[in-house]
Design a protein around this ligand. Structure first.
Ligand code: NAP
Ligand code: G4F
Length: 378
């Protein structure tokens, strides 16, 4: 089976790289799939079977598997089980595996801690063990998180000792450690990107940035008159997600597997994000924003700010989209999705700063269509 697949790849030109992406239906997975396709990869995404459609972020890049030159394939799988993982690794022998799937919501991890440990923690070990057993020369990327730093004083770098403050963070620390163990113990090419918060118009709607920008749009459209939030004092290092998937790819192109902190090096509070988003839309946030205990966590991570010096020096990676730019991009996209005319600075920023980047650079409209799964492939 492996030989058959490899022959097919060789017949197609010999240089085509094959990547597996877990979590392809998520924010990062969808951008990464676009990036890899734009680089000529054959991309295999893992999706969960669901009774409703869960592919809206990748519908615009979906290809009919009956087409002769198809480059994107979708496979069903769930991180709770091992069988599909082994089948996939044995049958595809991918050059690169980007492991992005996770129960990724910190607050939810307090409600379902055991599930979070199983999927976000053990899921990584299941993949690493499949690669080890198969003998495939697959380069493995682990989606580690700045949440692992927890209460460690900022700025946080690769040398900072983890002090996790949630079941999610504890699961990620396990996954991060096991990635290193398979690298050092078995010689696998297994690398981790310790990514600080990164956002976009495709961010899940219950993460705080998207919750805010969607609410701004709904208020402008007259559909809502209030926004309930939790802790406004928490500070995060927020960057723009498409730039972060570029870093993931770069991490797997290095000669030796290693771990890298990826972030902007700037920190802002949730309150600052609220103020900026509402002001950008011409609204006074204090008239609309209320707080509710419902959104507080049993433990909070107070301040995250990256020291991305290693990524700058070794990968040449540096974020281009700053805090205010990010807010403008996200508000514009949600305002347009609400059927209103956006301010437009977000679109200009994308054209000026990200224009060279990849297929979706043209406009905020394109991002909006991609969010709702309506964008064409071109
Ligand atoms: P996301 O939007 O929540 O996407 C998570 C993905 O994982 C989705 O495709 C989801 O599938 C899939 N998934 C969840 N449970 C699964 C299971 N049991 N089996 C198979 N797939 C499963 O997350 P993201 O923001 O793109 O983040 C990607 C990765 O980076 C995650 O591991 C996250 O923890 C990590 N990370 C994110 C950030 C950030 O700021 N975004 C920062 C650091 C690290 P469905 O679509 O079916 O739900
Ligand atoms: O947007 P958040 O839910 O993101 P959080 O907890 O920082 O986690 C995200 O980033 C991690 C990287 O550091 C990832 F690993 C993880 O997968 C996820 O992508 O919350 C950000 C801050 C928190 O301090 C939270 O308490 O916003 C605060 N917040 C205040 N009100 C709220 C709300 N968060 C949410 N989700 N909803 C609120 O109403």
């Amino acid at each position: 089976m492996v030989g058959e697949r490899l022959r097919t790849r060789f017949q197609q030109g010999g240089t085509l790289k094959r990547a597996v992406v877990t979590g392809i239906t998520g924010q990062d997975g969808s951008y990464l799939a676009e990036l890899l396709l734009s680089k000529g990869y054959e991309v295999h995404g893992v999706i969960r079977r669901a009774s409703t459609f869960n592919t809206s972020r990748i519908d615009h890049i979906y290809q009919d598997p009956n087409h002769p030159n198809v480059k994107l394939f979708l496979h069903h799988g769930d991180l709770s089980t091992t069988e599909w993982i082994l089948n996939l690794i044995y049958s595809l022998a991918p050059d690169e595996l980007y492991h992005l799937a996770a129960q990724s919501h910190v607050k939810v991890s307090f409600d379902i801690p055991e599930y979070t440990g199983d999927i976000t923690g053990l899921g990584t070990m299941r993949l690493l063990e499949a690669i080890r057993r198969s003998g495939a020369k697959t380069r493995f990327y682990q989606a580690s998180s700045s949440e692992m730093f927890g209460s460690a004083p900022p700025p946080q770098s690769e040398a900072t000792v983890f002090q996790p403050r949630s079941p999610y963070a504890a699961a990620k620390v396990y996954a991060h450690a096991v990635t290193r163990i398979y690298r050092e113990g078995y010689g696998l090419y297994a690398a981790s990107g310790i990514l600080f918060n990164h956002e976009s118009p495709r961010r899940g709607e219950t993460f705080v940035t998207r919750k805010i920008t969607r609410s701004v749009a709904a208020i402008l459209a007259g559909r809502e008159d209030s926004l309930y939030l939790g802790n406004l004092d928490a500070r995060r290092d927020w960057g723009y997600a498409p730039e972060y998937v570029e870093a993931m790819w770069q991490i797997l192109q290095q000669d030796d597997a290693d771990d890298y902190v990826i972030g902007t090096g700037e920190t802002h509070s949730v309150r600052e994000f609220v103020e900026e988003a509402f002001a950008y839309a011409g609204l006074d946030w204090q008239k609309f924003v209320k707080t509710s205990e419902r959104y507080l966590r049993p433990l909070e991570v107070d301040v995250l700010v990256a020291d991305p010096a290693k990524a700058r020096a070794k990968l040449g990676w540096r974020s281009q989209v700053g805090f205010r730019d990010l807010v403008a991009i996200m508000v514009d996209a949600d305002v347009e999705a609400a059927g209103l005319k956006p301010h437009g600075r977000g679109k200009t920023i994308l054209e000026e700063k990200i224009g060279h980047w990849n297929s979706w650079h043209n406009s905020v409209s394109r991002l909006v269509k991609a969010v709702s799964g309506q964008a064409s492939q071109h």
